[in-house]
Structures are given as C-alpha cells and as structure tokens.
Design a protein around this ligand. Sequence first.
Ligand code: D3G
Length: 494
Amino acid sequence: MLASGLLLVALLACLSVMVLMSVWRQRKLGGKLPPGPTPLPFIGNYLQLDTEQMYNCLMKLSKRYGPVFTVHLGTRRVVVLCGYDAVKEALVDQAEEFSGRGENATFDWLFKGYGVVFSNGERAKQLRRFSITTLRDFGVGKRGIEERIQEEAGFLIQAFRDTGGAFIDPTFYMSRAVSNVISSIVFGDRFDYEDKEFLSLLRMIQGSFQFSATSTGQLYEMFYSVMKHLPGPQQQAFKELQGLEDFVARKVEQNQRTLDPNSPRDFIDSFLIRMKEEKNNPKTEFFMENLVMTTVNLFFAGTETISTTVRYGFLMLMKHPEVEAKLHEEIDRVIGRNRQPKFEDRAKMPYTEAVIHEIQRFGDIIPMGLSRRVIKDTKFRGFFLPKGTEVFPMLGSVLRDTKFFSNPEDFNPQHFLDDKGQFKKSDAFVPFSIGKRYCFGEGLARMELFLFLTTILQNFCLKSPQAPQDIDVSPKHVGFATIPRTYTMSFQAR
Ligand code: D3G
C-alpha cells in the first residue's frame, strides 16, 4: 500500500516536472502556438469544419484568426499558412525547418512512410536525390523526353481524329497519353491505348485521387484511426491503391528476372542496381519497399496532376472561346501547321505561356498543398511550433492572393501578361509548391503541358455541347485535390 502510494507520488512528480520543462522550453523559445478555435477531445475542431469544403472553411477561419493559425483535424494539430507572405516566409525563408512531410491519411494507408513523396528525414533526402538524377538519366529536362512527349502527342492526336468529331469524355484519352510519358521512364515502355490493364490502372489512380477530394476523404483525414476499419468509400480507395502497388511489385519482379546491371532499361532497373551496390550498407534506403513505393509515387503523380490540369484547361478554353482563338493564332504564326511543336517554341509564345499558367493557377489542383511538418522546434512570426507540428501551406490562397492577381476568381491570361503582351512572371505562381519539398516533376510537367496543349490546338478546335455561358467551371470536388466536373466535348479537325 505504502509502496504504491510512493510510486503514485513519484509518477505525479515526474509528470509535473515534464510539464514544467516543456512549458519552460516553450517560454525560452518565446511565444506559443498560433491562435485558433478551441479543440474538443478526440474530434478536435470537427464542429467548426465542413469536410465538403475544407479549403473554404480553413480560409474562413483565417479571416478570424489571421494568416497563420492552428486547427485540430481530429487529434491532428495543424498550423495553417494562408497567402503568399506566410507561405513564402515559412517554406522558403525557413526552408530547412519546414522541410518535413506531414500526413495524408489516405495515401499513408499504402505508403506507411516509404517512397519519395510521403517520407521524411534521410529517407526522403536520399530518394529525392536519386529520383531527380535518375529522371535526368532517362531524358527528363533534355531532348530525350521531349521526343518521347512529341511522339505520344502524335498518338493522342490520332486517337482524337478517330473519334470523328463525336462528343466524348476526354478524361482517359488525356490520362493515357500523359501516363505513357512517365510510364516510359519508370517501366521502360508506353502502354497501348487499347490495353485493358492500363485502363484499369488509370481508373485506380483516378479513383483514389478523387476520393481524397471528397467529403468522406476529408473526414478520413480526421478520423482515419477509426474509419480505416469501417466500411465506406475509403475501402474502395484502399483497393485501388493496393492495385497500384501490386502492379508495380509484379513489374519489379519481371525486371529482376531480366536485369542487366550494365544497362538499366528504366527507373526500376536503376533502383535495383543501386540496391545491389548498397546491399552491405546497413543504413541504406535502397530496399524493396522504397523501390515499389517510389515507383508508385512517380507513376501516380506523373499521371493524375497533369491530366487533371489539361482536363480543366479544355473546359476553360471552351468557356472562353476568345482565348482559344488567340492560342490558335499564336500557334499558326509561330509554329505553323506543318511541323510538331517543340519546347523551344515557348520562348516565342508569350500568350500560350500565359494561358498555361492561368490554367494551372485557376485549376489549383492541390489547394492545400501536400502537408509539411517542422523538423525541429521552430519560431515563426513570434509563434512557437514544436518539432513535428504539421503545416498546411494553402497553395490555393497564394494562387488567388489579391496582392498578386487583380481579379483572382476570374480566369484571365492577362494575369500573366504585361501591357506589351509579354509574359510576366509572378512570385505567387506556386502550383508546384516551393521550398525544399517542391515538386521535382515540375520541369517534366511544364514540358508536357506545353507540348500536349499546343499539339492538340494545332490540330483541333475544341467544341462543347453547351454554350460558353452555360459551362460550369466550378469544381466537382475540392479536398486534397481539386476535381473538375465531368463533361463531354468534340475535337474538330482544323
Ligand atoms: C499521390 C499518391 C501517390 N503518390 C503521389 C501522389 C500525389 C498526388 C499529388 C502529388 O502527389 C503532388 N505531385
């Protein structure tokens, strides 16, 4: 009895000392967490949030609490950054502190901290460095990948021609073409457009990406520890993510059986070779889980973000026929009809460049960014963020920052043009995020967006079954991703 009493006192004393020490450490570092609504146990700020419109709810909270505030998504404590200044001061001016990766409950279900996108620390560093180098080895940023994209654009044009001007949903036309570019790099070859397995992989990517944008997807971000065990749409998303892993794992086995260590055919081969080189290094990050998950990352991110952007782009151009007309004019004048567009042409095409930027700005495909995490105790704007705190850089709030864009809610290429019609850069153009974890596929994405869009418009006029004023360009879902509404259109040969 006495012993247990003593134990209790000792425990309480220990606990008090720990609490005091953490308070003292916070004091010493100065300040406290950014302000925010008071959370309830377990549900956090669930009552203040509408999972159908997380982005809008968080922006509304920022009106009350300021551009830097704290919110609780269930038990997750998240610091939200709104507007250019806050996002840039954190991700660029304090790049090292804000270089960690936060959670994405849906994708973490599969990745579990492996792979380049959703990892942290030395793992993220090693895999990022390897991925960038290996993409370059397979032609990214060079003529090699440009030729591959041009060839794929040719196949896509043919597929559109074959529709004979019928009204079609462009979703899987675009995703097949875009995906074939990254597939050539990671799997060493493109897929045939008729390949049933390819289409099923693209459905898995699209399905899980869309889930992350839905109300259930955002609810899952708060209550995943319970919801992962319950029936619901999340189980379908898991199946889709699992399907992607299974496919990549089979690809890896095939590569292993036929590997020539002296001549890597694709990203998977290069990784396998690196695994062999490092097999005696006990601290190596080059092992099977990281190979499979990094490959899924590249395949997924290299497919869905670009094809969703182009799909949104078509809709914007049909809504604004005068913009499409000016694109046609610039393409005809600079490139003509008799040769394929090349990336160099971009320098002479300020209007096209401005339209592509405006499509990405307006499309706002990843509105809350991929969540970050501070990797050490961090002082930021007089606040204190303890090591490990999650951070949402609200990219959408930067893309629509009124300090940079006159009418941010409008689609208007003038946002990226000066009064002489020359292309005008904007520091608030951050669809690829900024800082240490910015998208390293940016170069590839920009090349694809330019070459696919110009090649399509060189060959076709876009036609909607609706009048421009009736086209609804508001998104179908906004969550982790922004998803445009489903629509049909016709590609009319010029
Ligand atoms: C999703 C799932 C697996 N790997 C990457 C992603 C993803 C979605 C958007 C981005 O990555 C940002 N490039």
